[in-house]
Design a protein around this ligand. Sequence first.
Ligand SMILES: C[S@@+](CC[C@H](N)C(=O)[O-])C[C@H]1O[C@@H](n2cnc3c(N)ncnc32)[C@H](O)[C@@H]1O
Length: 251
Amino acid sequence: MNNLGSNEMGDIFSNSTLFENPKPVGLLEYIIELGSSSDGIIVDFFVGASTTAHAVMKKNAEDGGKRRFVMVQLPEQCATESEAFKAGYKTIAEVSKERIRRAGKQVKQNNPEVDTGFRVLKVDTSNMADIYYAPDAFDRTKLDLFVDNIKPDRTPEDLLFQVMLDWGVDLALPITKQSIQGKDVFFVDGNVLAACFDAHSGIDETFVKELAKRQPLRVVFRDAGFRDSAVKINVEQIFKLLSPTTEVKTI
Ligand SMILES: C[S@@+](CC[C@H](N)C(=O)[O-])C[C@H]1O[C@@H](n2cnc3c(N)ncnc32)[C@H](O)[C@@H]1O
């Protein structure tokens, strides 16, 4: 019964009317059992109060499964007269995320081994400025205006997720950041991908060699990061010599 779903929201948020008609966790667990394997990926394009994510974590706790979830939510505003808005949630996605955090904590109380971590990503326009896609359409006398081909408001993390998507690297892999010769370098799952998006023309051959010695499977640099054209041209050669299996990309 749907009122069970409201009671479950009450347990988690101390407010059973926070979200209209949330589904009961047990119903979603039943559907998950019918339609997926114990290491499947469960996708919900209408996530609302994240009952599906809650059910995935609970089911994993119950049977030791390794299911993962992808929850998708439109940037829909909470209606000003809604309980969610009154409780301080401006968008449905904020409720969705908080439900996953709280449900994860609840599941972990009795089953600390269950992985309840999740990463939040927002769909946006491309990071690349228009010049990157159609250089011929721009007036060559004004090329100085386009020295950087990346939109100015984009962060290194934005660029990292773009290349992970381009390369088909699992977006849930662990990411660490290290400072190498004063520049930030991201490492995805150890050596699956190394990325340096430094844009201050500081990337020289010593730095490129240092990265090549670590033999990542893939490496990516930012065009505006190279000290000069010679370094950019030599990158491929340095990797061919020190780490021939590395795929090299510049954005
Ligand atoms: C009723 S809620 C889902 C409730 C959820 N199953 C639960 O138990 O909490 C429906 C969700 O679909 C989203 N939605 C509505 N129309 C949509 C559309 N055209 N495309 C994608 N999402 C939509 C809404 O933002 C809302 O989060």
